[in-house]
Design a protein around this ligand. Structure first.
Ligand code: PGA
Length: 254
């Protein structure tokens, strides 16, 4: 079986001034300096990326952004491109988070353009998919996920997909304190893995990390990370405090 190094990613969302972000990053660096078998990544707001990059340089903590636009440059007021994110020190970018789908008109088609732009710019995309509570109640979980994956990853080659990360985030579990049960999580992750196998072949599908996100906390991280097809976590609220986030990073040692 392919060994996939777990990735624990912190999505800070629209939180923290530059000073607060630098402070949290400094504390986090000191708390996770011992970690070798887990990859750690944080996504501060755009405004704090470059300053946080300086703090985490030469540490194992990696930097990601929370979104990217699909053009490299031009008259697109308010947008930030992949080359800009790379120049600020990013190696990852979150794409298609449900909050962007819900509040900012993100669609599977814009997700697809952004994923392509991220790869072209040298960033590893963390592509988010997930069903709403209404989808789940209507037994549409798998058809919704299938569509998000199918359209979001349209036109991508096997070679390029080796660096992709998928994040399964059931919308009803984000910021609500309701975590999906281990059974629900593993069922969906196995479904996503089999989608990747069919689309890209067993080899690549075995390498791609599938993260779980939605109310991950120190108390439930170990159980979730132990599931066969769960290769890490995308953590929102619990990533804002370096000590709490560090406990999730150390999930195997609780
Ligand atoms: P949460 O958010 O951990 O606060 O539920 C997860 C996410 O939105 O990535």
């Amino acid at each position: 079986m392919t060994q996939r190094k777990p990735l624990i990613a912190g999505n800070w969302k629209m939180n923290k001034t530059c000073a607060e972000a630098m402070d949290t990053a400094r504390t986090l660096v000191s708390l996770v300096s011992d970690v070798k078998d887990v990859e750690v990544m944080i996504t501060p707001p755009f405004t704090a990326l470059a300053q946080v990059a300086d703090i985490i340089a030469s540490t194992p903590v990696e930097l990601g952004a929370q979104d990217v636009f699909w053009e490299d440059h031009g008259a697109y007021t308010g947008q930030v491109s992949a080359p800009m994110l790379v120049s600020a020190g990013c190696t990852y970018v979150i794409i298609g988070h449900s909050e962007r789908r819900q509040y900012f008109n993100e669609t599977d088609q814009t997700v697809n353009k952004k994923v392509k732009a991220a790869f072209a710019g040298g960033l590893a995309p963390v592509v988010c998919v997930g069903e709403t509570e209404a989808d789940r109640d209507a037994q549409k979980t798998f058809s919704v996920l299938d569509k998000q994956m199918d359209n979001g990853l349209e036109g991508l080659t096997v070679e390029i997909m080796a660096n992709a990360v998928i994040a399964y985030e059931p919308v009803w579990a984000i910021g609500t304190g309701k975590t999906a049960t281990p059974l629900q999580v593993q069922e969906v992750h196995a479904f996503l893995r089999s989608f990747l196998k069919q689309r890209f072949g067993d080899g690549i599908a075995g390498q791609i990390r599938i993260l779980y996100g939605g109310s991950v906390k120190p108390g439930n991280a170990a159980e979730l990370m132990a599931l066969a097809d769960v290769d890490g976590a995308l953590v929102g609220g619990a990533s804002l405090d370096a000590e709490i986030f560090s406990k999730i990073v150390h999930f195997g040692k609780a």
